[in-house]
Design a protein around this ligand. Sequence first.
Ligand SMILES: [Zn+2]
Length: 402
Amino acid sequence: MNAETTGSQQLLKESNRMSLVRQLCAQPGLSRADLASAVGLTKSTVSLLTRDLIAEGWLQEREVVATGDLGRRPTPLFIDPGRLLLLGAELDIESARVVATSLTGEVRAHAVANYGAGKSPKTCIAGLAAALLKLRRQLDADAHRIIGIGVGLPGGVDEARGILNFAPNLHWRDVPVGELLRDKLAGTALAEVPLFLQNEADVAALGELEFNPQPGDPLLYLSINQGVGAGVVVGGRLLTGSRGFAGEVGHMVLQLGGPLCSCGRRGCAEALIGPRAMLGLEPDTTPHAPMGELRERLEAGDAATAKAVRKAGNYLGMLLQNLASAYDPASIVIGGAVLELGDAFLQPALQTLAEYAAAARLEPPAVRVSAWGADAVAVGAAALARYRLTRPLLPALGGDEA
Ligand SMILES: [Zn+2]
């Protein structure tokens, strides 16, 4: 048997193993026989694979409660919530936020590294590595094994090569984030753990797909921070587009000849909805903690700010209407720092969306806010690791083929 055959057989075996894991993520409590018919493998193959998956910490058996005359019922299998963990990180403009989660998305530990705005990629990535290692030390090394690290980045990502192509709000271009982070983790407890990178809105969408029991499909995750972007999941897959730009909805144009955007165009959604628009700032400025400032002005009863926030909310409603027309989503999830503004921002958006729907005599699409709040991207990055590890045949996007 040559090496290539062995390699493809191993990949096939891993694909079969992970199809069992995915099935139990979606349908906890199936027996071995249920699993065999659900994924199309023989019962003996499923028995062999589940034995290994239980030994490695992916799955666990739970005792069946004896019920008199029904006889012995088959043992239900579940994803093990304790032994294998995922690390997820959000690399943001001023700080990195890191979480450890179970395979089913329960957050087990948190860490944050504040490096401040305007720092070099090396400094920010050193801060991120330190936060990941701090989190590792908080966990019991004997009881927990970390099987994947995901990182959400504020820009377009070449996932296959681990490169952040362009992050306008960080002013970074072509940064080899994967290589820099690997260098920082070399020789540590995390050196050999598989690493996955993707855009922040994309990972947050994967957080909904992987960890929310009822994600809805198609699913749109709209992330509103200094930048505005969306992650789009269609048919259980992340939609990234031919060059990785799918979901860059912050640069959908909503107003002809409108205000200048950070991308150089005029009238983009980001220039009408983002915090710079609400604060009346130029597109090349990077405000420090803009949401705090907006909240203070709103609480102080500043009428001009209230009007600007309402107008931004109306434009968000217009963006949601355009996205609903493009994708007919089963659910739209909104996340990001802008949620700190609460109803002052969201109510005008939902009202605008409802008015567009009513005019066409349709029901407006279902909109909800992220259940993970400020951790949505970090938890989503952990979900990216699960998404990739449990789909070994799915090619990473980007690189020369893209
Ligand atoms: Zn733009």
